[in-house]
Design a protein around this ligand. Structure first.
Ligand SMILES: Cc1cc2nc3c(=O)[nH]c(=O)nc-3n(C[C@H](O)[C@H](O)[C@H](O)COP(=O)(O)OP(=O)(O)OC[C@H]3O[C@@H](n4cnc5c(N)ncnc54)[C@H](O)[C@@H]3O)c2cc1C
Length: 434
């Protein structure tokens, strides 16, 4: 390939596309390379695409809040048409159950207060008013179905909840990624699909290009690893994994897609529910269905897998999650044949992403998105473009982390928070909550 690019992004998922979009806006000639046939076909396609704010760290809450505004303004932000139409933001509100695990949401409420995000603190009566069909017993800790205590209350009531009205989900994560692809192309960026990167080439101690499976070599001075659950493989190709304090690996996940309780219009009256007490999160889905994911309770074995060889069929896990959600959502229906999604998270050691340079000059990474960074893709694109621009201009990010002011919340984002060199962040939930 004779063309000259300034940057290659490995991966055309939602984050890879947003990184190229922001680089293209800064004048970089970008190329996204993906081994799959279309944008957003990797783990982004399996995403529940929930937009919510209750992260365990103030930086996590702030990034999600900033990201939210881009989804609200989606077609304007992209500034380019898509013949397939635009993905839409659906606002549902988010009910978060207080538990000892989330420290009764004290830190989350402090972060929300600081950012001026409206929320209601609800007692049991308040929760019942919002969602009359909820059972308010405590069930913690989540159990496996073969445990004699499965489904039996362990406490007369939960401790309460908060309701955050400005929360929701994107109607179609794959389409949203296609939307970004079109926006990148409108700015001159290019995409190469069905093309697997098999080697990262270096020259005089710097990233110099990628080699594809068909033997094609593309020279480029900047390479960004946004390969989702394959991120660790790309980092190993570049020889940068050794220099990282925090590493990533692929975790298998199941999401159940179950019919809502009979007679209840879940799309109109349902909401996102994050329920650490029963160990699940859920949201309304089209056709009066409910999507049920896991909040990774301790009793569930974590299935670290080879992202190219794993079981894509359902195990008992999806049904277990649905049964746990049914402890809270009375009347939730559990079909004999489970439907839903089996996909992978790219999990970092502390479930907080790595947005960083590497020890190889010219090689960057936006990885370890740990099942919770779809919502942040637009702001991560901005963050990575700021980082790359500054570091390529000679800034020493490891010594003096790059900072920038976020457009909507007007807060300073210290990119050093997401460093590959950080110590494990003990404030993390060590789960999908982040
Ligand atoms: C089941 C599930 C539910 C989720 N729910 C939510 C949610 O509700 N809210 C939220 O905010 N986040 C959620 N997430 C997380 C979110 O979807 C991800 O963080 C996000 O989609 C990651 O995007 P990405 O672009 O980094 O990676 P991906 O979408 O995985 O894209 C990586 C791309 O890299 C390509 N690639 C890999 N290796 C190579 C190679 N060698 N050569 C070329 N291409 C390569 C792959 O083909 C792939 O297309 C969920 C994730 C899953 C799996």
């Amino acid at each position: 390939m004779n063309k000259k690019y300034d940057a290659i992004t490995i991966g055309a998922g939602i984050i890879g596309c947003c990184v190229s979009f922001e680089l293209a806006k800064k004048g970089f000639r970008t190329l996204n390379v993906d081994k799959l046939p279309s944008a957003g076909y990797g783990s982004t396609s399996g995403s529940c695409a929930i937009i919510r704010f209750h992260y365990s760290t103030p930086d996590g809450v702030a990034l999600a809040r900033e990201g939210y505004f881009y989804w609200l303004d989606w077609p304007n932000y992209l500034g380019a048409d898509d013949e397939s139409g635009f993905a839409k933001y659906v606002n549902t509100g988010c009910l978060v159950i207080k538990t000892a695990l989330n420290k009764n949401l004290v830190n989350v409420m402090r972060s929300l207060d600081e950012l001026g995000v409206a929320y209601e603190e609800l007692d049991l009566e308040g929760i019942k008013k919002k969602m009359p069909l909820l059972d308010l017993h405590g069930y913690f800790p989540a159990k496996l179905p073969n445990d004699p205590g499965f489904g039996l209350p362990t406490a007369p009531t939960i401790a309460g909840a908060i309701f955050i009205p400005e929360s929701g989900y994107m109607s179609d994560p794959q389409l949203s990624t296609h939307n970004v692809q079109r926006a990148v192309e409108a700015r001159g960026g290019e995409f190469l699909f069905n093309s697997e990167v098999v080697a990262i080439r270096t020259h005089q101690g710097r990233a110099a290009g990628v080699t594809l499976k068909d033997g094609q070599a593309i020279d480029v001075p900047v390479i960004i690893n946004v390969a989702g659950p394959h991120s660790y493989i790309i980092n190993r190709m570049a020889g940068v994994e050794q220099g990282m304090n925090i590493k990533t690996r692929a975790l298998r996940q199941e999401v159940a897609h179950v019919p809502a309780p009979e007679g209840f219009d879940y799309q109109r009256d349902g909401m996102i529910i994050s329920d650490g007490d029963v160990g699940t999160y859920s949201r309304p889905e089209v056709g009066n269905h409910v999507l049920v994911g896991s909040e990774d309770p301790e009793c569930d074995e974590r299935e670290w897998v080879d992202p190219d060889h794993y079981n894509t069929g359902f195990t008992q896990q999806a049904a277990t999650q649905a049964m746990r959600a049914a402890q809270r959502i009375q009347g939730l229906r559990i079909p004999n044949m489970m439907q839903g999604v089996v996909d992978l998270y790219d999990v970092s050691d502390d479930w907080i992403p790595i947005y960083d340079k590497s020890d190889l000059p010219g090689f960057y990474m936006a990885v370890g998105t740990s099942g919770n960074q779809y919502k942040n893709a637009p702001i991560v694109g901005i963050l990575m473009a700021e980082l790359i621009e500054k570091v390529e201009a000679g800034h020493d990010h490891d010594k003096d982390p790059v900072k920038f002011t976020m457009k909507y919340t007007r807060r300073t984002c210290n990119i050093g928070f997401f460093s590959r060199l950080r110590k494990i962040n003990r404030d993390s939930s060590f789960s999908v909550i982040g």
